[in-house]
Write a protein that binds this ligand. Sequence first.
Ligand SMILES: NC(=O)c1ccc[n+]([C@@H]2O[C@H](COP(=O)([O-])OP(=O)(O)OC[C@H]3O[C@@H](n4cnc5c(N)ncnc54)[C@H](O)[C@@H]3O)[C@@H](O)[C@H]2O)c1
Length: 275
Amino acid sequence: MKIIISGYKGFIGSNLVKRLPNHTIIGIDLKDGNDVLNSEYVNGLFESNDVDAVIHLAAIAGVGYSIEHSEEVLTNNIVGFDVLSKAAIKHNVKHFIYASSSSVYGDDGTQKSPYAVSKATNELQAAMYSNLSNMKFTGLRFFTVYGEGIREDLAISKFIKAMKTNTPIHVYGDGTQSRDFTYVDDICEAIKLILESDKDWKNEVLDIGYGESTTVNELIGILKGIINPTFDKVVYEGEKAYDVKTTLARPNKLYEWFGFRPKYNIKEGLTDWMN
Ligand SMILES: NC(=O)c1ccc[n+]([C@@H]2O[C@H](COP(=O)([O-])OP(=O)(O)OC[C@H]3O[C@@H](n4cnc5c(N)ncnc54)[C@H](O)[C@@H]3O)[C@@H](O)[C@H]2O)c1
């Protein structure tokens, strides 16, 4: 297949590209100076390539960052989706896969950050354009992803660095907040299955997460076991209003439709990654 992957130089994108050797990949990334908001450039790419599918990963991804930079994040993530999906429809692309996020769930079904709103909006945009076209849409709600090339702004990344340098870890809240941590290998395997599947649907949203929630305190304990067993520099600070209390994927559709269950629980994923 010929596939456009936006955000292909990011954490998940760069892992994904390595796992799709049998496909022709056309990457779009700001890191190359190419912007998904640039409609002329994006349409030009579709015009000069017969594209079968799009995997739209390009976004400004930080929850905390989006609080201070809401206009930038909303514009980038919402308009970026619009430009790319509209161009894909215009050029008869069959399948548009895009990154949503566990953050759309919030604590009670309402979002707690501009970033989460941008992802919830992407799901609305997919539903809307699927009403107006025959392109198949698949939204993937990724749950806290970790592994090779992880973004430096993510808590796991900061914790690992602190343990390796024996400097303090800052935890917001009491550490009982929990996340469904998902290994990037499992994320990429699920995307590959969905991309290559013959199964038909119009517009679907799937959770992609391991299916178990681990508290931040438990995560610190696991990381200590792997990196620095005597580490004791954990500083607890006030909780952030935008932090959700817990996330937990319901990966049952992935199993029912594709027979796929993520392989790595948090301990296995961290161990695999660090060895
Ligand atoms: N990492 C996670 O835990 C996680 C969880 C849920 C959802 N997601 C989503 O998955 C996707 C990939 O996340 P990631 O962790 O790899 O993030 P990342 O920041 O590492 O990668 C995103 C990439 O998109 C590019 N980009 C951003 N805006 C762009 C634009 N306008 N035009 C072209 N390129 C642009 C960036 O340069 C970057 O290389 C994002 O949509 C993110 O919101 C990630």
